[in-house]
Design a protein around this ligand. Structure first.
Ligand code: SF4
Length: 350
C-alpha cells in the first residue's frame, strides 16, 4: 500500500488526504528513505539537476511589534535594548550598495512604520530601482494596514501594487491548526483571513509565497491539513509561487529548546514536495536549517535555496548559527555540495 502511494507521489499524481496522512504518520528510517527517494524523483522530473538561488536583500524596517506571538524571538518592545527602527535612507543606501535583484521586506507591526510610510518606501525603492523585484509584507501586515486606515485589504494591495509591489511574502501563516494558534499566537490573523488576503492579491495579479512553521510539536494531521488547505487555495487562485517550510528557532535564552533536527527538516521538505503538488517551487531556507541540511534538501524535494539575503535578522534573533548573509559564490558552492547545478534567478523565477 505504502509503495503504491510513494510511486504515485513520485510520478506527481495527486494524493488524497488519507494517503498524505499515511506518508506523514510513518517516520521510521526505512520509510524516511523511501519518502526521500520519491521526493527526489518528483523534483527531478520538474527541475532536472538544477537548483536556483537569487541575489536578494532582506529588509526588516523595525523589529518592534505588538503581535504577541510567543514562538517569535524577533519582536521587541519599544525601549528594549535590541529594538531598532531603520530609516529610509539606510534602506535605500543598502540597496544601492548590494544591487540585489530582489528585495524581501517584512517587519513588526508598530507606530514607527505605519501605512503611509510603508507604501512610500515601496514607491521610493521602485523610483530608484526600476528593474528590482519587490516582494513585501505578510498578510498579517496587510490586515493591520487595512485596520489602521479603515480600508479593505484589497484597497491596500491595489495601492501597493500601483507603488511597485509585485509579490507578498509568505510569512504569518504559522501553522493553521487551531490548537497551535491558541497556544502560540492567539490574536493573530486567522488562517481564513490569511488565505483570503493572498487570494485577493492573486486576483489583482500579484504573486505570493506561502509558509508553514514546524518543530513546535505539531501532529501529522495538523501538518497535512496545513498543506492541503494551501493546495485547495492554490487550485482556486493559482498565485502562490513558492512554499517555504520554516523550522522553529528557539530563543538564545532557551538552552534546552531545540530547532528541528536535519532528519525532521528533510522529512517535512519531502512531504511538502509530494503533497503540495500545485505550488511550483519549494525552498530550503538555509538560515533556519543550516547550509548542509539545505544542500541535502535539494535531494529531498527542494529546488531553491532562497538567496544571499544581505543581512538576515529574523532567524538570527533566535538561536540560528548560520551566517547572516552569503555571497553568490557560497550559494553556488552549497548547491554543488548537494550535487546540483546552480542557476541564478530573479524574484519572478526567470
Ligand atoms: S511573528 Fe510577526 S506578528 Fe508575531 S510577534 Fe513576531 S514579528 Fe510580530
Amino acid at each position: 500500500m505504502m509503495d503504491l502511494i510513494l510511486q504515485r507521489a513520485a510520478a506527481g499524481e495527486r494524493l488524497t488526504r488519507a494517503e498524505a496522512l499515511a506518508l506523514a504518520s510513518d517516520s521510521s528510517v526505512a520509510q524516511l528513505h523511501a519518502l526521500g527517494q520519491a521526493a527526489l524523483q518528483n523534483r527531478t522530473r520538474r527541475f532536472g539537476r538544477t537548483a536556483t538561488y537569487v541575489l536578494n536583500l532582506a529588509i526588516n524596517p523595525s523589529n518592534i511589534c505588538d503581535g504577541g506571538c510567543t514562538f517569535c524571538h524577533y519582536h521587541a518592545e519599544e525601549g528594549d535594548a535590541q529594538a531598532y527602527v531603520l530609516a529610509e535612507d539606510e534602506i535605500l543606501r543598502r540597496i544601492q550598495e548590494l544591487a540585489p535583484r530582489e528585495v524581501h521586506i517584512t517587519g513588526g507591526m508598530n507606530r514607527f512604520w505605519p501605512w503611509a510610510r510603508s507604501q512610500d518606501l515601496i514607491r521610493q525603492i521602485r523610483a530608484h530601482n526600476p528593474a528590482i523585484y519587490i516582494k513585501g509584507f505578510t498578510a498579517v501586515e496587510i490586515a493591520r494596514f487595512a485596520q489602521d486606515t479603515h480600508q479593505t485589504p484589497r484597497q491596500i494591495l491595489q495601492t501597493l501594487q500601483e507603488a511597485g509591489l509585485q509579490s507578498l511574502t509568505g510569512g504569518g501563516a504559522e501553522l493553521f491548526a487551531e490548537r497551535m494558534r491558541r497556544q502560540y499566537c492567539p490574536t493573530k490573523l486567522t488562517p481564513d483571513d490569511w488565505l483570503a488576503i493572498h487570494q485577493t492579491a492573486h486576483a489583482l495579479g500579484l504573486r505570493s509565497n506561502a509558509t508553514m512553521l514546524y518543530g513546535l510539536g505539531e501532529s501529522a494531521e495538523e501538518l497535512v491539513d496545513h498543506l492541503l488547505r494551501l493546495r485547495t487555495a492554490q487550485e482556486l487562485s493559482g498565485g502562490f509561487t513558492c512554499f517555504i517550510p520554516l523550522a522553529y528557532q528557539p530563543g538564545k535564552e532557551q538552552p534546552d529548546a531545540t530547532t528541528p533536527s536535519p532528519r525532521e527538516s528533510l522529512r517535512v521538505i519531502a512531504l511538502s514536495r509530494l503533497i503540495l503538488d500545485n505550488i511550483p517551487h519549494l525552498k530550503a531556507y538555509w538560515p533556519m536549517i543550516g547550509l548542509e541540511t539545505a544542500a541535502a534538501a535539494l535531494s529531498w524535494g527542494a529546488d531553491d535555496l532562497d538567496g544571499t539575503l544581505g543581512e538576515e535578522r529574523i532567524a538570527h534573533a533566535g538561536a540560528a548559527r548560520t551566517p547572516r548573509a552569503l555571497s553568490a559564490e557560497s550559494m553556488q558552492t552549497t548547491i554543488r555540495l548537494g550535487g546540483f547545478e546552480p542557476v541564478e534567478r530573479d524574484g519572478a523565477w526567470r
